[in-house]
Write a protein that binds this ligand. Structure first.
Ligand code: F0G
Length: 452
């Protein structure tokens, strides 16, 4: 740890209920009085700032750490440790997460009808999704608290990430996933990294219900995104994004919505950055869901977001196949505070957007592509202006769901579904693999015809 940080005082964190506002709560996941979710606050920041440092000193300290070889400095999460809860360095489990690239997407920008479009690619994390940034913090806290077992219910990415961090930290892990409803790539990761993996004959929401009871009865630490330490780690993507942009806010950040923790985390980071004087303007945050897994969109449209309307979720973007999102109140608060919105996109719109992001040489998994599909709608509605700078948060790597990509390019993704007719319109974007005789002429002929 750098000297400057050790000389100053640690940021003491507390748990606060997002519903009733009670503070200094015991280390649980819900308020014992009103059952709402908890969030981490840092009461000392008001008077002294994190570790007694101001925004200018912190920006410099974090940049200086980029030339260090210490694991906690190399980590793109722990590099920002002054804005995270304090943890002993020997308890930190890091696989060098974070430090993900910010790519410009000129062709997608053109397709959406705006000038400046970027992708913050969280799929470039060690296990291929944004989950690693929150898992490093929460798994480290599990280890520091002396837990032997950690567990999560998952649509595949949380489980892959948890399995990896648990094993790296010497913890045992239990994964509950919906049988047959996650990509085999994600399932294989959880097996490979050494988790006990159970496929339950239910959906994600059913897995959550079972796990919530298991953790009540057993000394197992819950690593779902209701865990506020995960949200703290996931915050760092916004610090890193702003650092990459010279601390200049984009106009709009667009995030996929599943269990709705990621949008909450990014919003919390931006709120903190504004309060601490890192930025003068907070970008809008909008959340995009799949039409078949749209509880937040429905709730906002049908009752102004007063009450969550759970849905039976169905989408090929299996990562966000979630009907009863735990963090909906946190996400809604962020959308309202920043002046963002919620939108939904169809299966065909998701497939097209994914192909367009792939064709930029970047690629992402289907759930991440809802961001571009949603942006197109927001531009058409006039909610996003053509001269705005927009950042899409791409949450998962393209190899997370290779099956989807292969089916898309072979032209059978929508075969036998109600989207079959509409899906035919995607033909110009499909590049089916070609089978040729092993002859030089055949390849040269092909190149000739491909040129025209
Ligand atoms: N994108 C990807 C690739 C995801 O895996 C998830 C969630 C989301 C977006 C949605 O993020 O839940 O914070 O709104 N995946 C979870 C999982 C639920 O178990 O891997 P969120």
């Amino acid at each position: 740890m750098s000297e400057q940080a050790t000389r100053t005082e640690a940021s003491v964190s507390q748990l606060r209920c997002i519903g009733c506002g009670r503070t200094a709560l015991p280390d649980r996941f819900r308020c014992e009085t009103c059952r709402d979710l908890l969030e981490i606050i840092y009461p000392g920041w008001d008077a002294r700032g994190p570790y007694g440092l101001d925004a200018t000193s912190l920006k410099k300290l974090w940049l200086d750490r980029r030339s260090s070889f210490e694991p906690v400095d190399i980590s793109g999460v722990w590099r920002f440790r002054e804005v995270l809860p304090k943890i002993a360095e020997d308890k930190v489990i890091t696989i060098r997460e974070g430090n993900t690239p910010l790519y410009e997407l000129p062709h997608c920008a053109q397709s959406a009808g705006i000038k400046h479009l970027f992708a913050k690619h969280q799929g470039m994390n060690p296990t291929g999704s944004f989950k690693d940034t929150g898992m490093t913090t929460a798994a480290s806290f599990a280890r520091a608290a002396g837990y032997e077992w950690v567990a999560c219910a998952s649509t595949g990415n949380t489980s892959a990430s948890m399995a990896a961090y648990a094993s790296r930290g010497g913890l045992r892990s239990l994964v509950l996933i919906p049988d047959g409803k996650i990509s085999w790539g994600k399932l294989s990761q959880s097996l490979d990294y050494g988790a006990i993996t159970c496929q339950l004959k239910t959906d994600f929401d059913g897995c959550v219900r079972v796990l919530n009871e298991v953790v009540e009865r057993m000394p197992v630490y819950l690593l779902n995104s209701v865990n506020p330490y995960r949200v703290e780690g996931q915050k760092t993507v916004a610090f890193e994004l702003l650092e990459q942009r010279g601390w200049e806010s984009p106009d709009h950040i667009i995030v996929p919505g599943g269990n709705l923790a990621n949008s909450s985390a990014i919003g919390k980071a931006l709120r903190e950055m504004k309060e601490l004087g890192f930025i003068s303007r907070v970008p809008r945050i909008s959340v995009i869901q799949a039409e078949g897994a749209n509880p937040l969109v429905r709730s906002v449209r049908e009752n102004g977001g007063e009450k969550l309307i759970p849905v039976h979720a169905e989408t090929m973007a299996t990562a966000i196949r979630i009907g009863n999102p735990a963090s909906w109140k946190k996400a809604l608060r962020v959308i309202r505070e920043t002046g963002g919105t919620v939108e939904q996109v169809s299966e065909v719109e998701i497939a097209l957007a994914k192909a367009e992001i792939g064709a930029e040489g970047v690629g992402c998994e289907p759930a991440s592509a809802v961001t571009l599909a949603g942006l197109k709608k927001l531009v058409k509605q006039g909610f996003v202006a053509r001269n705005e700078t927009v950042v899409l948060v791409l949450t998962g790597h393209t190899l997370k769901d290779a099956d989807f990509t292969l089916k898309f390019h072979r032209g059978d993704l929508f075969e036998g579904t109600s989207y079959e007719a509409e899906g035919k319109g995607l033909k110009p974007y499909q590049r089916s693999p070609l089978v040729l005789e092993p002859s030089v002429e055949a390849v040269i002929d092909l190149l000739g015809s491909a040129k025209s």
